[in-house]
Design a protein around this ligand. Structure first.
Ligand code: FAD
Length: 307
C-alpha cells in the first residue's frame, strides 16, 4: 500500500526539497545511480561492458519547465554520446530518454520534444547505437508513440517502451510488433488511475505475459525489462516457442537491482542490458525505485537515522 503514497510524493515539490536535503539520502541514491557526471559513469560503462553486459544510459531528469532546460537535456545527451564514441561499444551502450525532459509538456511540447530528441537519435546512429524512448505517465503516450513513428522513418532501430499495466498496451504491442520495432516491455512505474490501468500485481503480471506473447510472435525485437524471475523464465520459454535465437531478443534490468542475475543471464549467453541512470536530477527516478520495493524504503529510513 506504500507504493502509491511514494509515487504521489515523487510528484511533490515539498517532498523533493525534504528528501534531497535529508542526511543519508545520498548513500541510498548511490545504490541506484552510480554518479552525477558523465565522467563518473565512464568507468562504470567500462566495468559492466568488460563483464559481458550491455547498457542503456539514462541522464536522469523529467518534467522540466523551460525551453532552456529542454535544450540543456538535449546537450547532456549529446555530450554522453560524444563520450561513448571513443569507447567503440556500438549497440552495447545504448541510450534511453524521457521526452518530458526534452520539453514534451511545455507549450508546443510535442514539436519541441521531437526537435530536441532528433539530433540525439541521429548522433547515436552515427556511432552505431540506438535510442529507446521511455514510457512516462499515460497522458504522454500518444505523443511519445507519434514521435517514435516519426523518428523511425529515418532511424528505424529507434525503440520505445510499453507498460503492461495499461489497458491500451496489447493494441500498442500488436501495432509495434507488426512494424518490426524494438520494444521494451515493462510492468509500469507510475501512479495510474483504475480507468486506464490494472491495479493488482497478479493482473499486471498476467497482462505482461499476454503482451510478451504478442511481441515474441511478431516481427520486432522484444526487450524484456523486468527483474521478476517468473516472467524471465516465461520469456525464455516463449522465445524458444517462437523459434527466436539468443540474439533476437534481450533482457534488461536496472542498475543496482538483482545484479547477480544480470551476470547469470549474460553467462547463459543471453543479451543482458543494464539500464544505468546518472545525473543530478535523480529525485523522480529514485522515488520510483523506492515505490517498487517496500524494503528499499525501510533501508532508506534507517540510513537517515544512522550515520
Ligand atoms: P517486480 O514484481 O516489481 O519485482 C520483481 C523482483 O525484482 C522483486 O521481488 C525484487 O526482488 C526485485 N525488484 C524490483 N524492483 C526493485 C527495486 N526498485 N529495488 C529492489 N528490488 C527490486 N517503467 C516505466 O513506467 N517506464 C519505463 O520506461 C521503464 N523503463 C524501465 C527500464 C528497465 C530496463 C527496467 C528493468 C524497468 C523499467 N521501468 C520502467 C520500471 C518498471 O515499470 C517496473 O516498475 C520495475 O521494473 C519493477 O518491476 P519488475 O518487472 O522488476 O517486477
Amino acid at each position: 500500500m506504500l507504493g502509491p503514497v511514494i509515487l504521489a510524493a515523487s510528484r511533490s515539490d515539498r517532498m523533493r526539497r525534504l528528501i534531497t536535503a535529508a542526511p543519508g539520502t545520498k548513500r541510498v541514491v548511490d545504490r541506484f545511480i552510480p554518479g552525477e557526471r558523465v565522467d563518473d559513469v565512464v568507468p562504470v560503462i567500462e566495468d559492466l561492458t568488460g563483464r559481458g553486459l550491455a547498457l542503456t544510459m539514462d541522464v536522469v531528469g523529467e518534467d522540466i519547465t523551460t525551453r532552456e532546460q529542454a535544450a540543456a537535456a538535449r546537450d547532456a545527451y549529446l555530450e554522453l554520446i560524444d563520450r561513448l564514441k571513443p569507447l567503440e561499444l556500438g549497440e552495447r551502450a545504448e541510450v534511453s530518454v524521457k521526452l518530458s525532459m526534452f520539453g514534451q509538456a511545455l507549450e508546443g511540447g510535442h514539436e519541441l520534444a521531437l526537435a530536441n530528441v532528433r539530433p540525439v537519435v541521429e548522433a547515436a546512429a552515427a556511432i552505431g547505437t540506438t535510442v529507446t524512448l521511455d514510457a512516462e505517465d499515460h497522458t504522454t503516450l500518444d505523443s511519445m508513440f507519434a514521435i517514435h513513428e516519426e523518428l523511425r522513418r529515418d532511424v528505424p532501430q529507434t525503440g520505445c517502451v510499453i507498460q503492461a499495466y495499461l489497458f491500451r498496451t496489447e493494441a500498442d504491442a500488436r501495432r509495434l510488433a507488426a512494424d518490426g520495432s524494438r520494444v521494451r516491455l515493462v510492468k509500469g512505474a507510475y501512479k495510474e488511475p483504475a480507468e486506464v490501468a490494472y491495479q493488482q500485481k497478479h493482473e499486471i503480471d498476467k497482462a505482461y505475459v499476454r503482451v510478451l506473447r504478442i511481441l515474441m510472435a511478431g516481427e520486432g525485437y522484444p526487450m524484456i525489462g523486468s527483474h521478476d524471475p517468473r516472467l524471465i523464465s516465461i520469456a525464455q520459454e516463449l522465445a524458444r516457442h517462437a523459434g527466436r535465437k539468443l540474439d533476437e531478443y534481450e533482457f534488461q534490468m536496472l542498475y543496482g537491482i538483482r545484479s547477480e542475475e544480470h551476470l547469470r543471464l549474460a553467462a547463459e549467453g543471453h543479451r543482458m542490458r543494464v539500464y544505468t541512470a546518472y545525473g543530478t536530477d535523480w529525485y523522480g527516478y529514485f522515488m520510483r525505485r523506492l515505490a517498487e520495493k517496500p524494503a528499499n524504503l525501510r533501508f532508506f529510513v534507517r540510513s537517515m537515522v544512522t550515520k
